[in-house]
Design a protein around this ligand. Sequence first.
Ligand code: ADP
Ligand code: MG
Length: 211
Amino acid sequence: MYNSIQGGHIEVICGPMFSGKSEELIRRLRRAIIARQRVQVFKPGIDSRYADDEVVSHSDNRLSATSVASPSQLIEQTHYRTEVVGIDEAQFFGPELVGVCERLANRGVRVIVAGLDLDWRGEPFHPMPELLAVAEMVTKSQAVCMVCGHPAAFSQKLSGEAVQVELGSSERYEARCRRHFEPEERRQLELLRAREEARRVPTRDDDSPVA
Ligand code: ADP
Ligand code: MG
């Protein structure tokens, strides 16, 4: 299906964490390699969770990749003969990525982009919405809700800071369906606990060993 489009175009694979975005990206790129197309794979330098020079899925599927600091570095490093460009964790690249993908597609490259469409608050993770709008093909993958087992479209943050970008895997995030996604509840509990902790006046009991 995806190879039936002639010439350059943009394909986007989006969805929550653990939904199989990287697996699907790797699958499409492997098929292009089997078809003897010239393929280059990029990921943002920020994402060094598993390896600097590979795209890695949670199921440990791997493909060699080049880490780049910015979309302009990505296009600079794309060889003029490259036919397929794969990009993982696109949400970390910022707004410049949209124009870069369009330039590549306009010069005949098949661009396959994978990234989170929502952040842990359930807000659109830019530049994914803009990329979805300019793409010829969009795949939205779903994970499995870790509470009920139904299809999951959200990434629940289990611990950590209240910033949009915080790397982590199953120790910090899990997939949830709409019913079980609680964007703020845990954060509020954490803040409450921290405030209570700060209010507590140390007493002699604090020094005694825990029973
Ligand atoms: P993504 O790139 O979307 O974060 P990956 O492609 O890296 O996802 O990983 C998908 C794999 O993660 C699945 O094939 C499965 O082995 C594993 N996995 C772990 N937790 C879940 C979950 N809650 N739902 C679906 N797959 C999960
Ligand atoms: Mg991934």
